[in-house]
Design a protein around this ligand. Structure first.
Ligand code: BG6
Length: 453
């Protein structure tokens, strides 16, 4: 295995504590990557290695043990505006690496810092153009709008080749998201009915119970639409709605996803933006902030396959449960109507979190003497089978970036199209509803749009 050097910008941030360091630790402990690894945690604070480890230990909120990284983790103080600091970092890294070493530079920072850091990485030759072992990974969101994303793209393409650029959407690293394609295309019973003659509606739901935690500075500039919909929810939608790709290869899949993103049309009359009560008192949030922590949207995909089928997208903080899933509801049969049976429908659930799996709701006769029909669920819980071995999304994505596999990373045109749609949506006014809890939102959606979620 090649030697590995992982440099993390934003190493004192929430993402590093909660996801990146734990994922790297598991990859090492489980022997998935070389033991010849060094992790450089870059930050502006004057920490010693011990200070940094103590900081992580205090701030992490998972069962990850920082001691598993003790021998490979170094803290490195750097001012991100100072080119000379990057040059010194290059000298440091050069001493420890050779031409074959895979060097990952992970930008776990807010998108407004992408240009400065990327420019300095290029100018200091820490990342050399067309050196495919030098890779640069961008956390989402990639920009704040189409314009800002375009600017970052231009700057990156001047200094690096597209092959060196990895744009993260950690939902693509989740097992069930990868499984959507298998469920659709490797099962005749679904493949045959995956169109608007059989599908009545689709719901794409990501509910969270947490608040914004300590991420006010980032979140208040983003909100749920940018934080979640532009990336995770639109990626899910495109996997559900895409045409049959030419092959199972990365580029073919992406070609089809892009076509879907291009055909999304939001229903401007059915949308709700909410903010949880107490948001304005959160740390680093502006005291009159209009940032949304909840979004409910209705959209259509204007392709022959899905024309007319409503797609409901919903995501928010401080809701009733933590749950991410896609629900595909099918049309009633003619017989249900003709024979005057209950009009309950078949539903396919693609469950992403917390327990991933697939379930299918069917109508079935109650085994009694009467002619009663009940809904039964065929449930496959993938997570229950893999207790303790569940691969975290960041583990999968870090491994893929180490191995140079780009399938699960977003291509530029996917980002471009999704920003186009989000920018369009933002142009129209939306009132902000301050919500108590999920019940409150459900009632509001029922009252205002006559929609059930
Ligand atoms: C991140 C968002 O991309 O996804 C967070 O920035 C959100 O605000 C998180 O909490 C949700 O991810 P998961 O994997 O916990 O569903």
């Amino acid at each position: 295995m090649k030697k590995l050097m992982v440099t993390i910008f934003g190493s004192t941030g929430d993402l590093s504590m909660r996801k990146l360091l734990p994922a790297l630790s598991r990859l090492i402990v489980e022997d998935q990557i070389t033991k010849e690894i060094e992790i450089i945690a870059v930050g502006r604070r004057a920490f010693s290695n011990d200070d940094y480890r103590d900081y992580v230990q205090k701030n992490k909120n998972s069962d990850f043990d920082i001691n598993t990284l003790k021998d490979v983790l170094t803290y490195y103080e750097l001012n991100i505006d100072e080119l000379s600091d990057y040059k010194k970092l290059k000298d440091y890294i050069d001493q420890k690496t050779n031409e074959d070493t895979v060097k990952l530079f992970y930008l776990a920072v807010a998108p407004e810092l992408f240009p400065t850091i990327s420019k300095n990485l290029g100018e200091s030759h820490l990342v050399k153009k067309d050196h495919f072992n030098d890779r640069i990974i961008f956390e989402k969101p990639f920009g704040h709008s189409l314009d800002s994303a375009n600017e970052i793209k231009k700057l990156l393409w001047q200094s690096f080749s597209e092959k060196q650029i990895y744009r993260i959407d950690h939902y693509l690293g989740k097992a069930m998201i990868q499984n959507i394609i298998m469920v659709r295309f490797a099962n005749r019973i679904f493949e045959e009915i995956w169109h608007n003659r059989s599908i009545k509606k689709v719901q794409i739901i990501v509910k969270e119970t947490d608040s914004i935690l300590s991420r006010g500075a980032y979140y208040d500039k983003s909100g749920a639409l940018i934080d979640m919909v532009q990336s995770h929810l639109l990626q899910m939608l495109s996997l559900v709605a895409m045409e049959v790709p030419l092959s199972y290869q990365s580029e073919d899949l992406k070609n089809e996803k892009v076509k879907v993103l291009d055909q999304i049309r939001f229903d401007q009359n059915v949308k709700l933006f909410g903010q949880y009560k107490g948001y304005l008192e959160e740390k680093d949030v502006h005291n009159q902030s209009k940032t949304e922590t909840f979004v409910f949207l209705k959209a259509y995909v204007d392709t022959p396959r899905f024309k007319g089928v409503p797609f409901y997208l919903m995501t928010g903080k401080k809701l009733d449960v933590k749950a991410s899933y896609i629900m595909i509801e099918f049309e009633e049969t003619n017989e249900q109507r003709k024979w005057n049976l209950p009009l309950s429908t078949n539903k396919l659930y693609i469950k992403i979190d917390p327990l991933d799996g697939v379930s299918l709701v069917l109508n079935s006769k109650v085994p009694n003497l009467k002619d009663e029909v009940e809904q039964v669920e065929l449930d496959f819980c993938s997570a229950c089978r893999d207790v303790g071995n569940r691969v975290e999304a960041y583990q999968k994505l870090l491994l893929d970036s180490i191995e140079g596999h780009k399938t699960l990373f977003a291509r530029w045109d996917e980002i471009e199209k999704s920003w186009t749609k989000i920018d369009e949506l933002k142009k129209t006014n939306s009132n902000l509803y301050v919500y108590e809890d999920y019940e409150d939102l459900k009632n509001k959606i029922k009252r205002e749009f006559n929609e059930e979620i």
